[in-house]
Design a protein around this ligand. Structure first.
Ligand code: ADE
Length: 233
């Protein structure tokens, strides 16, 4: 899988692309991530990538030409057609695990990081680009959201997460949050571990995990549940 990232702050990506699971996936060639500086595609003397908004108002808007030029300069991966282009923006469709799964099935993704007050709308219209938000809050730019997309998508690329079955046990995979986890010590500061988890009875452990996952979902994310998931009795 190939992911090209277009940004005016390429340095933000250096640490995260080197460390942890994402770093290993990149180093191991499971994903080919390429970060490009949009400013390299600016054509004027000052390498300007933003300008004042038509219609007035505060802040600056990212100009369309350097972004189009940066996308058009990308070298397509062998055998790939058109890339799926995402513009990270708080005004986008909110990403969830089902969108992540869909993106993980793509051969070629392009992530465009917005900054300032916004990005010229012709980027959405003309590239075209799908606007994607990582949640209902506003960050200073699309770089951290692009890292969120990179990490969420990369984990689903075959071979990146060691035990594939752990992917199916996570939050959201079956519409509920993940169950609570415990490890040694069995007693910590007066807090124990549910007896069933130490019983060796695998069926009972599974039942407990299902019920505990539902309980956590009811408490933290009732919006994920339907009427059938109400507590019994
Ligand atoms: N840029 C700024 N805030 C954002 C958000 N919540 N999601 C995606 N891109 C953003």
């Amino acid at each position: 899988m190939r992911i090209d990232v277009l940004t005016i702050f390429p340095g933000i990506f250096e640490g995260p692309l080197r460390e942890s699971l994402l770093g290993k996936a990149v180093a191991g060639g499971l994903v080919d991530v390429r970060v490009h500086d949009i400013r390299d595609r600016a054509t004027d003397r000052h390498r300007q990538v933003d300008d004042e908004p038509f219609g007035g108002g505060p802040g600056m808007v990212m100009k369309p030409e350097p972004i189009f030029a940066a996308v058009e300069a990308l070298e397509p991966p062998p055998g790939a057609g058109q890339p799926r282009v995402l513009l990270l923006s708080p005004a986008g469709r909110r990403m969830d695990q089902s969108l992540v799964r869909e993106l993980a099935g793509e051969r070629w993704l392009v992530l465009v990081c917005g900054r300032y007050e916004g990005v010229d709308e012709r980027v959405v219209e003309g590239l075209p680009a799908e606007e994607v938000s990582i949640g209902d809050y506003v960050l200073s730019g699309g770089e951290v959201p692009a890292l969120v997309v990179l990490e969420a998508v990369t984990r689903l690329v075959p071979g990146v997460v060691g035990r594939e079955d752990s992917l199916h046990r996570e939050s959201f995979e079956d519409g509920v949050l993940d169950h609570p986890h415990y490890t040694r010590p069995a007693e910590f500061r007066g807090m124990g571990v549910p007896d069933v988890l130490r019983s060796g009875d695998h069926a009972a452990v599974e039942r407990w995990r299902r019920e505990a996952a539902l309980e956590k979902t009811r408490r933290n994310r009732p919006d994920l549940l339907g009427p059938d998931d109400a507590p019994e009795g």
